[in-house]
Ligand binder design. Structure first.
Ligand code: HEM
Length: 225
């Protein structure tokens, strides 16, 4: 099987079976856990932080009202929801280590990175830096309110989708999906922890595999609004 891109043979990029298999494996593995685990982390944080949960739900009730479904065009009018998503990306980046290779000898902050050297950019550590983020371990969506922190690779303090030429190609889709999914869950249900977890809280331990996921999957009780 092969796929031809382009109009004529002179200007054709041919994708053979091996290339297609790698492409789809890459796409499938890159997209499967990332968005869902981000929403799971956001829900876990909100269930642990009732004040933030109330603020997010109140904002949705005010902006969306009795309409059932939140739409893409609503996202811009939901600054608190956007702040919740940013704070979740900061605390729980799905891809905490970004692999890179130096194309030429490079000097960074006094260190020499020789050509060809493989390195990992620690996104998790960047988002825990006390100088940039006061009380970095705390879930505080308010830290993003009234600020223009770009999570699309423009601000190196928050790079959940990576940056530069290798930046996540699924980013535009993922940003919409995470806001819509989280907004819908909050707008259509009230949420609480099962009785056995009340008082104990949610286990927030992380496990690093392909992505950074919860060790214990979130269990929460939903009641339709
Ligand atoms: C919350 C959701 C997502 C997050 C946080 C995320 C994050 C990332 C990050 C950090 C990278 C590495 C970028 C770099 O090295 O600079 C990446 C790569 C990639 N992502 Fe995403 N991603 C998400 C969703 C998606 C979706 C929905 C798709 C596809 C529809 C996707 C497709 C890819 C692919 C194909 C790559 C590899 C690109 C390459 O190797 O050049 N991602 N993603």
């Amino acid at each position: 099987m092969s796929l031809r891109l382009g109009a004529d043979d002179d200007n054709t990029a041919k994708l053979d079976r091996d290339t297609l298999r790698s492409l789809f494996t890459d796409l499938f593995s890159a997209r499967s856990d990332t968005s869902s685990s981000t929403v799971e982390w956001a829900m876990a944080e909100l269930l642990q932080n009732p004040t933030s949960m109330v603020k997010a739900c109140n904002e949705l009730a005010t902006v969306i009202g009795s309409r059932r479904n939140i739409e893409e065009s609503d996202i811009g009018r939901l600054p608190y929801l956007q702040a919740v998503v940013k704070e979740t990306f900061r605390l729980h980046p799905s891809v905490p280590l970004l692999p890179r290779r130096a194309p030429i000898d490079t000097k960074i902050m006094g260190y020499t990175i020789p050509k060809g050297c493989r390195m990992f950019i620690n996104v998790w550590a960047v988002s825990q830096d006390k100088e940039t983020w006061p009380e970095p371990e705390k879930f505080m969506p308010e830290r993003f309110l009234g600020k223009t922190v770009d999570l699309r690779g423009g601000d190196f303090d928050l790079i959940p989708f990576g940056g530069g030429r290798r930046i996540c190609p699924g980013m535009p889709l993922a940003i919409r999906m995470v806001h819509l999914l989280l907004g819908s869950l909050l707008n259509q249900f009230t949420w609480r922890l099962p009785v056995e977890f009340e008082g104990k809280g949610v286990g927030m331990d992380e496990k690093f595999g392909l992505t950074l996921i919860k060790v214990v999957p979130l269990c929460a009780m939903a009641t339709p609004i």
